[in-house]
Design a protein around this ligand. Structure first.
Ligand SMILES: Cc1cc2nc3c(=O)[nH]c(=O)nc-3n(C[C@H](O)[C@H](O)[C@H](O)COP(=O)(O)OP(=O)(O)OC[C@H]3O[C@@H](n4cnc5c(N)ncnc54)[C@H](O)[C@@H]3O)c2cc1C
Length: 315
């Protein structure tokens, strides 16, 4: 039986996947968009304040808007397959051409000349008593998104890597004080560590583990344990920002593209290409770009579509 081969398979229904689908359809690329749910990570957010052109929008409304916009194009050229994860992908040969084969949870097989990976990631969650209870009640996983709500306040950042120190640097611009808690010696670049240590409003506490988050309706402190002395210390704070890494949703492509040590897809930042051949691109939070935001994910995906279009039309 002759196979239905799409020009492009896009996997993921967050801002990257949705933006890519709109652009691909407008360029008349025959596209399959595969996703489990619409909206992506910030769907849980009550008030997103930096989606450009919309001063306030809930994560649920953003998801609805993305879905509605993409569906405007699901008339002929764009096919949307919802409710399904892609579990596996491989490169197969059909009529001497290399083709991507994506297998879905329901065992459906989808074939495409190109693949765009936009499956995002999950923030690694803090393992401490009450961490879950105070999520979005003063304990947050995104300094860029929620930091401005803590202006002139004392805050804590948990995480001694680059993202922890970068978040602390951002917060120091408008918070009264920032205390960074690290479970080891800092693992961030020395230049940023040294710069922050010069700031009188910054304090570093290292070699600790977080035991418990405290608060009533909202976070008001935490207890940490010294790794060596086992001494417990309770400190107060107005807000806690957790930056302890991410879990990119990339296991389904691990055999096809190169991943970095965190499991993020390595891309060429000019083109978003993830493979040497003109077969696979990636965009948004699943890639090894430095910054993770809705607007960035959207723009990165659009950049990828421009390159995919060029590759498909010139090869
Ligand atoms: C709590 C929270 C609040 C945030 N608030 C803001 C904010 O206010 N402003 C801002 O700019 N950014 C915010 N961010 C960051 C922002 O949400 C991300 O940068 C953005 O969602 C990344 O978009 P993405 O499309 O790359 O990936 P994601 O949003 O992660 O979307 C990935 C999509 O792929 C799907 N998927 C994953 N694996 C598969 C698979 N195998 N098959 C099919 N589908 C799959 C997922 O279900 C999801 O729909 C927030 C993040 C968090 C965690």
């Amino acid at each position: 039986m002759e196979k239905n081969i799409f020009d492009l398979i896009i996997v993921g229904g967050g801002p990257a996947g949705a933006s890519a689908a709109v652009y691909a359809a407008r360029k008349r690329l025959k596209t399959a968009l595969i996703l489990k749910e619409w909206g992506g990570q910030s769907v849980v957010s009550e008030d997103i304040q930096n989606w450009i052109g919309t001063p306030h929008i809930s994560g649920m409304d953003l998801a609805k808007n993305l879905e509605n916009h993409v569906k405007e194009y699901a008339v002929d050229i764009l096919e949307i397959k919802t409710g399904n994860f892609v579990t596996q992908t491989e490169i197969v040969e059909i009529e001497k051409e290399k083709i991507i084969k994506a297998t879905l949870e329901n065992e459906e097989e989808v074939f495409g000349k190109a693949l765009l990976i936009t499956t995002g990631s999950d923030r690694r969650k803090l393992q401490a008593t009450n961490a879950e209870k105070f999520e979005y009640k003063g304990l947050t996983y995104c300094a860029t998104c929620d930091g401005p709500m803590f202006s002139d306040m004392d805050v804590i950042v948990i995480g001694g890597g680059n993202s922890g120190f970068e978040s602390a640097a951002q917060l120091l611009a408008y918070c009264k004080s920032v205390t960074l808690l690290s479970r080891s010696e800092p693992r961030a670049d020395k230049i940023i560590v040294d710069k922050l240590l010069e700031n009188p409003n910054f304090k570093l506490i290292k070699n600790i583990t977080i035991k418990e988050i405290h608060g009533e309706d909202f976070v008001n402190g935490l207890t940490y344990v010294d790794k060596f002395t086992k001494e417990e210390t309770k400190i107060s704070t107005n807000g806690i920002f957790v930056e302890i890494g991410q879990n990119p949703a990339t296991t389904w492509v691990k055999d096809l593209v190169e991943l970095d040590e965190e499991g993020k897809v390595k891309i060429d930042p000019w083109t978003n290409k993830a493979s040497k051949e003109n077969l696979i691109w990636a965009a948004g939070d699943c890639t090894n770009i430095l910054y993770q935001q809705n607007n960035i994910a959207s723009g990165e995906a659009i950049k990828a579509i421009e390159d995919i279009y060029k590759a498909l039309k010139t090869q």
